[in-house]
Design a protein around this ligand. Structure first.
Ligand SMILES: CC(C)(COP(=O)(O)OP(=O)(O)OC[C@H]1O[C@@H](n2cnc3c(N)ncnc32)[C@H](O)[C@@H]1OP(=O)(O)O)[C@@H](O)C(=O)NCCC(=O)NCCS
Length: 182
């Protein structure tokens, strides 16, 4: 059985955010308790996930929450391009290496493309996300606050979507707030 077939048999993927308390416990287990200091948290602060782009996986045997992924609204300031922030993607350590991460990525990216989104960013490990086509983002695009530029990755869901965009990646609400003041 391929990893994808195994994941499809062992887990069911639900198109909705995971229940909050279970999601927080899973994220603590996957990323550790210091996860809130990460750069991607600053990009999600004050936002809600993009409707229709949150997924969670339930283990068919135990009924436990096994993994989750969601996407959040970003804009590049001042260029104005819309983009998605992918994350968090997490699989509980009890269920890792069974193909579920890949299944959540496949489902999430397919839904993002189907909804017409052209560009996705994330802050994460290139050796992992490279297998889904994410590559290092040119340094003309930056994040607020401290971060490791080698971990800012992007994927063009529509070819050429990044173009020559430059600027600061912000939560969409923050971009709109700045534009109102300009
Ligand atoms: C990353 C994560 C979502 C993968 O989920 P998963 O269900 O275990 O993934 P899959 O079973 O689809 O794929 C496992 C593969 O990913 C690789 N992998 C996992 N984390 C990796 C990382 N940080 N860097 C490189 N490869 C990684 C595994 O070695 C395995 O490789 P293989 O296919 O060559 O055997 C999960 O391990 C997780 O939540 N980890 C904690 C958070 C984390 O470390 N994230 C890293 C990116 S920021």
């Amino acid at each position: 059985m391929t990893a994808q077939a195994a994941a499809e048999n062992w887990f069911r993927i639900i198109s909705a955010p995971a229940p909050k308390r279970e999601a927080e416990a899973l994220l603590d287990a996957a990323f550790g308790l210091d996860r809130r200091t990460r750069a991607s948290y600053r990009l999600r602060e004050g936002s809600a996930p993009v409707p229709g782009l949150s997924f969670h996986a339930i283990d068919n045997t135990s009924g436990r929450l096994a993994g989750l992924v969601s996407f959040w609204p970003l804009r590049i300031h001042p260029a104005g391009q819309s983009a998605l922030l992918l994350g968090p993607l997490a699989v509980h350590p009890d269920f890792q290496n069974g193909g579920l991460g890949a299944e959540l990525m496949r489902t999430g990216l397919q839904a993002a493309r189907a909804a017409g989104h052209a560009l996705a960013f994330l802050v994460g490990d290139e050796p992992y996300y490279g297998r889904y086509g994410f590559t290092r983002t040119p340094e003309r695009i930056i994040l607020p606050g401290p971060y490791d530029p080698a971990r800012l990755l992007h994927l063009e869901l529509a070819p050429g979507a990044l173009g020559d965009a430059a600027g600061l990646l912000l939560p969409e609400w923050r971009y709109e707030q700045l534009r109102e003041k300009e």
